[in-house]
Design a protein around this ligand. Structure first.
Ligand code: FES
Length: 131
């Protein structure tokens, strides 16, 4: 099925996103949502780049989310910043997919398409968040 990707999708009511990671699905993709320490919403793909563990079952270490399986940590930018194993080297492919978020009028929106095209000024309310 084809979806319109370069647009804003209503992800959740603002109050339903906090410091405990949650999972939601949009356009068939599992996404983990949480807030950084400064309160900004974060939206990333929910499959660990190592062995695909669901990141929302992990925990937050500062602004980074830690995989529940082997402990890779990924920052809100989607880059892996910590590997607790071996020499600690971070493989180039160890990153999640970012979904730029935008919070407005009590709703957190996420951009499902090309990140460089995400313009918060184009975010117009047109749908209600999932319950
Ligand atoms: S499955 Fe996430 S670090 Fe291994």
């Amino acid at each position: 099925m084809k979806f319109v990707r370069n647009t804003w999708y209503c992800a959740a009511w603002s109050e339903s996103i906090g410091r405990g990671p949650i999972q939601r699905k949009f356009l068939g993709e599992a996404i983990v949502l949480y807030r950084s320490e400064s309160g900004d919403p974060v939206a990333l793909s929910n499959r660990c780049p190592h062995r695909f563990a669901p990141m929302h079952k992990g925990c937050l270490k500062g602004d980074a989310i830690e995989c529940p399986q082997h402990g890779l940590r990924v920052e809100p930018s989607a880059a892996c910043v910590y590997n607790p194993h071996g020499d600690g080297k971070i493989p180039r492919a160890a990153k999640l997919k970012p979904f730029p978020p935008h919070e407005r009028d009590g709703i957190v929106w996420i951009w499902m398409g090309e990140t460089e095209k995400a313009d918060p000024a184009s975010c117009l309310p047109s749908a209600m968040p999932p319950s």
